[in-house]
Each structure stands twice: as C-alpha cells, then as structure tokens.
Design a binder for this molecule. Sequence first.
Ligand code: CO
Length: 640
Amino acid sequence: MKKKLLSLLLALVMVAALLPTVTSKAAGEKLIAVTFDDGPSQYTSTLLDGLKQRGAKATFFMQGINAASYPAVVKRAWLEGHQVCSHSYNHPQLTTLSSADVRSQLTRTDSILDNAIGLDMSYMLRPPYGSYNQNVLNIAGVPCLYWSVDTLDWKSRNADSVYNEFLRSARDGSIVLLHDIYSTSVTGALRAIDTLQARGFEFVTVDELFYRRGITMQNARIYFDAYPGAAGTASGIQTPAISKTESPSGGLLITINGDSRGSVYYTTNGETPTPANATKYIGPFTVNGTCTIKAVSVIHWNSIRSKVASQTIEYIPAPAPELKYANGVVTITDSNPSAVIHYTTDGSAPTTSSAVYYSPVSISPDSTVRAIAEVKGYGPSAVKLLTVTAGGSILRDVSVKDWHYANFSAAVDQGIINGTSPEVMSPNQSLTRGMLVTMLYRMGGDQQTAAPVNYSDVSANAWYYQALCWATANGIVTGYRDGTFLPNADITRQELCAMIYRYLDLKGYTLPEGEAAAGRFGDVKSIGGWAREYVAALAELGVVTGYNDGTFGPARGASRAEAVTMLMRALALPAPEPEPTPEPTVTPEPTETPAPTETPAPTEAPTESPEPSETPAPSQEPSETPAPTEEPGKIVIVKP
Ligand code: CO
C-alpha cells in the first residue's frame, strides 16, 4: 500500500517534470519581430545605426549573393544582436527547383554567412516569395519563417506608406515583412519602430519572439506569427552582472550572474564574446592584474543574446611590507603571510628581482634598507624604507640616496627637526612659519622663558608657542601689522631669508652689508624692499643659491627639504668671533612688540604676504631640490 502511494507520487513528479515550463505572460509585454529581406544592401548600415540607437533587434533574411558583397555588414548585424537568416543564394522560387538545386541554394548561402561571421552556424530560412512546400522545408532542415504583416514596401517605395501599413497591421506577436534594399523601407520602418516603442512595444528577433512566447521552433516547419494565447512568455534576456571580491589566495575572484534560462559566456581580453573566442562561465574564477571582462547571457548564440556587460578590473598592489629596527638589525614583515619580500641595502629602488628577504638584515649607520612585497596574484607593493643615520636616528621617508639626506640626517641627529610624525621627515611638504620658528629655536634658542606673546591667532598651548616667544623676544619675527602671526601659513623664501638672517645676526655672525648681492637674481625687483638686504647677505654667504634659471622666487614657498638645507648651510658658516658680544642693543624689550630700531618699519608688514606676480614657471626646480622623493607622508604636525 505504502509502496503504491510512493510510485503514484513518483509518477506525478515525472509528469510534472515533462510538462513545459510555462511562465505567465509578463504584464503589458508586447513583442514584435521586424524582418528585412533580400539584402544586405547599401542601406543596411544606416538601418543598423537606426536600430542600435533605438535598442531594437531585427531579423535579416539575406540573399547569399548580397551577403558575399557585404560580409562586414553581415558580421556587424550578428555582433549587434540581430538574427541572421537565409533567403537563398539568388532568390529563385525554390518550389520549382530540383532537390539538388534547392540544397545548393541553401548550403552555398550558409557557407557565405559562416565565412562573414566567422563561425559554423545554422540559419533559419525564409523561402523567396514565401513559396514553399514540405520538400523545401525538409531540405532546409531548420525552422522556416513566413510573415503576418506585409507592408508592401517593395511596391509602394514610399516611406509614409511603409509607416502607415506597418502601424495599421502590427500587433503583439507580429512578424513584419520589409526589404532593406530600399531606403524608403529603412526610413518608414525606423519611424514605425519609434511610434510603437512609445506605445510599449519591444522589438526582438524572430528566435527571441518565439522563445519568449514559450514556443520551441521545430525544424522543417514554417511559422507565421507568435500572437499571444497558446503559450506563456518569459521576460527579456538579462544582461549579466559582473562582481569582484578579493581572493584569499591572491588576485580577484570574479562572479558573473546571467540570465538563468541560458548560459553566460565571457572573455577577459576586452573582446566581445562570441562562440569562437568566449569561455563558458561555470563558476567564479580568478584574474590577476588589469583586464577587461566582457560577458553575455546566451540562450541561442544566433539570435537570443543579452547586451554585453563589461567591467575593467584594476590592478591591486600587495600590502606594503613593514620595517622595524632594533639593535643593528632590520626586521621586515608583511601582513600577507604568503608575501615574498625583496630588499636592497644600498638605497636603490627594490624590484621583484632584488634579493629575497629570509632573515633580519644587519645595517650599519648611514644606510638604508628598502623593501617591496610580492604576493601571487597581486601587483608589487609600495616600496617602504628605513634609514639609520650616523647618529642612530631612524628616517622613514629619506634614503641615503636622496640629495637632502645629509641635511636631514644631521638636522635630526642634532635635534633640530623631529619630523611631521615620528621618523617621518616629509621633505616635500611646505614649510610653515611655525615650523621654521621651532627649528631656529632648537638650533640656538635659550631655554629661559621669554616674555609671552599675544598674536591674535596664536594660542599659548600651541606646540610652537615657546619657540615663538623666544623668536619674538629676540627680534627674529615680529608678526603682521594686524596682530597676527599666521603660524600655519607656508613660509615664503624671502621670509625664510629674513628669519635666518636675523637669527645669524642674533648669534653674532658677521653678515655682509648692502643689497648688491641680490642683483645676481633676475627677479631682484620682485624681492620686497624690506627683504633685499637679507636675501643679498645670505646669497653672498652661499646659504641660498636661487633657481637654475637665475631667479630667486621670493614669494614662493619652501619645502622642508629646501629649508633644512639652508639651515644646515647656515650652521656650517664659520663660527662668529667672540668680539661683538658686548653690544647690548639686541636685548629683548619687555614690550609685546620688539623695538623697531633694528628693522625699519614693521618688517613683516603686508609686503611679506605672497606676491604671486613673478612666480617662476613650475618646471624650474630650485637648485636645492634636484629630484622629488617618494612617499610624501601625511601632513601631521607633531609637537616638538
Ligand atoms: Co525576397
């Protein structure tokens, strides 16, 4: 009894499985197959342009003799998703021919279409004049097509007439007959497509029309229309969705979701997928590095294909290595456990052919280890470096090969600079006024508490506050007329000269007098009158050298590398003789503003503010900066 029930159930399941899957007609879905016979011709390209603009698909019943003249048009039609079909070789009435001649008409045409498209396919047939019998259908051995709407375009040769006939008769499920050997047919058809699309009609190939109506086309049978009724319909063909995730083993894992009723085919070299070049998608796959993936949902290659989805995959670099220094050795690690680390110890740029890191590297003072990580499936990582200075300081963004290395290592070892964050020098970052005051203070400030300052934009909690009090009390800076100091403003080169000059003066250095030496700069006239003496003196001492084009660039900013270079040159000047010490004129005044005796007028009056008029061309590098360095680092200012 139980067994009998089970077999009944099983039988029911089997019956259900045999029934065709019929989906209900999508609400409001209206489909038309527009067909063009006898071409291709000189008008077919225009027609393809118009169809492409409208997103409409058509079916072309081509004569072999014309297809042979326009192979590129045949291929384009196929590539753009239209259905390519046969209309015999040269349009005879097939029912009047011998079986051998019918066969010859059809095989000859098929091979011309195959050659044009570059694939071996079979093509549905529309017998010329709609003239057929069962023998013709049997020889064809493919589904054959008639039509349900005849626009009589071949007779009228009038676009308005084609348009009116098309609209008068076309309805959901129609197969519309036209000929793309007349320009009037092309014009009329495209206008009719516009009107019907506005009314909600979708233009599909014959193959797709029947497919979506749930009708499986049989070989050796002829079809007239696919009006709704007997069968249900499926909705349009879904364009694949391409998604990517990082693969745990390296590279990117690509997943493609296409129309569930068909298969997805894809390429990874940017080519449009065809049966000849595409790979059938069977599951997620991995790609390494840059590529363009194109995918298409395919139900029938010949005519039911989705739009092609395209996605360009960018290269992902491996995670950068980390370098640590302790007790004379550098240890290098990478967050990816399968990373292979390559490194150099001479400051040169590492590549994936540099030495492989196995164990900690011994490093002597004044040398740099640079490392790069290589992980299968990823691009090379960013380069990281670690430099140990003569004094045992660590630099993360200055290598011994950098032009400014000697200046930075000396400045760090002498405690003149700390970096924008620990061990990070940010050589290419602009120097601010607050930074310079701090560096000068570290060079030669006394640790006695100077009188407080009350610039309107300076807080007593600021990291540069103590340095600013010292610099103000000693006349190195005065601030602007409006009571501000602008500590975070980029310093200009002429301001830089003014502050270094006054520092040297304070320390008793013998400084050249007069402005003559500034005359060596081609842009001397753009140097503020108040600053010319300072620029001249520092130029004569070799502390500043100007640009390669002979200009000074007074209003330009200075990078930290340039500023450190100037400061170290200043420190290298012959020590002042002890003689001029008794001069008490520089004694700091207890007042908020320094005595104006030493400098005529408010020295850092608005004239100091940037004068962009004579900014040199950006190509002219200052001689202090021969080459840009890597890894500019974040702009984080650390309290001294
Ligand atoms: Co014809």
